[in-house]
Design a protein around this ligand. Structure first.
Ligand code: C2E
Ligand code: MG
Ligand code: MG
Ligand code: MG
Length: 289
């Protein structure tokens, strides 16, 4: 019986793998040309400043709606695009679309674009950025890279980051704290912005260890003169703590979910009228414990 159960488990498992690889192949196939078929769009998630709660910019997040399979998460399709050599094309589309959208926004709002490690290695990447950013006032484009961008070929990555800075763009280290040698990368390149990974923020309310780590990250970033963005802020308690500990900016569902470009004017208006009011009490010093 044990043998049969084992055998069944084995065949179940291999059937799953087949389904998984069939789906991956289908997605890769469909990804080619997804942009030209109009299946891609960008969603924008607000970042606010702790100081005055005003919206300072938006992060562009890629969305793919497959005609039969529905919405596919970037967590699933970005790695597939990378593996299939499609990331250069996809990333170029994102840069163009994000800068085209941001060119329509009220003055002073910046746009953050996620950049894959593989894009940094593309020979025409800097030219792509320069062309897209020409639509914007100087200094309004921020490029977000994760630590993985710096793992494979750190020398190239650092050289490209330095040139992005020389071109007047801002750089952010995304998902800080989830990689293996984040501190090593901070020694090699000084990012303008450090984005504290959502996993730390999520644990703030229940885990004293997460509190210590976040406080330490904030102190380090401050000492290095970096702006800090907390990712995945979902509750007022998290926002309050981050504001009081000196985190410069907040991003998360508490402020806004990622929304389509057409929804930004309404969001900005609603945020000015009501949204910020709910966080206003967080700006005053915490009551003694
Ligand atoms: P990321 O750049 O760290 O983006 C933040 C992710 O956290 C987004 O997921 C966002 O929707 C989600 N998020 C934001 N606030 C909250 C919150 O309060 N709670 C929770 N539970 N989640 C929150 P999304 O859009 O699914 O993107 C996932 C990842 O896919 C991104 O992580 C980024 O690494 C990658 N990605 C998305 N768009 C692009 C792109 O255009 N290019 C590249 N290379 N990667 C992208
Ligand atoms: Mg990001
Ligand atoms: Mg992140
Ligand atoms: Mg991420």
């Amino acid at each position: 019986a044990a043998k049969r159960a084992g055998g069944q488990r084995y065949s179940f498992f291999s059937a799953q793998m087949t389904d998984g690889s069939r789906r991956r192949a289908q997605l890769v196939q469909a990804l080619r040309g997804a942009a030209s078929r109009g299946e891609l769009h960008l969603a924008y998630q607000a970042q606010i400043e702790s100081e005055d709660l005003r919206v300072s910019g938006f992060e562009a997040l890629l969305r793919w709606h497959h005609p039969e399979l529905g919405d596919i998460s970037p967590v699933e399709f970005i790695p597939l695009a990378e593996g299939a050599g499609l990331m250069g094309e996809l990333g170029a589309w994102v840069l163009q679309a994000a800068c085209r959208d941001a060119a329509q926004w009220p003055a002073g709002l910046s746009v953050s674009v996620n950049v894959s490690a593989l894009q940094l290695a593309e020979p025409d990447f800097l030219a792509q950025v320069q062309a897209a950013a020409a639509l914007l006032p100087p200094g309004q484009l921020e490029l977000e890279v994760t630590e993985s961008a710096l793992i494979d070929d750190a020398d190239t990555a650092v050289a490209v980051l330095q040139q992005l800075r020389a071109q007047g763009h801002r750089t952010a280290l995304d998902d800080f704290g989830t990689g293996y040698s984040a501190l090593g990368y901070l020694r090699r390149f000084r990012f303008d912005t450090l984005k504290i990974d959502r996993s730390f923020v999520r644990d703030l309310s229940r885990d004293a260890g997460a509190q210590v780590l976040v406080d330490t990250i904030l102190a380090m970033a401050q000492a290095l003169g970096m702006r800090t963005v907390a990712e995945g802020v979902e509750t007022e308690a998290e926002a309050r703590r981050l504001i009081h500990r000196g985190c410069t900016s907040l991003q998360g569902f508490l402020i806004s979910r990622p929304v389509p470009a057409q929804a930004l004017p309404d969001f900005l208006q609603a945020w000015c009228r009501r949204g910020a009011a709910s966080l206003r009490p967080s700006l005053s010093p915490p009551a003694p414990e």
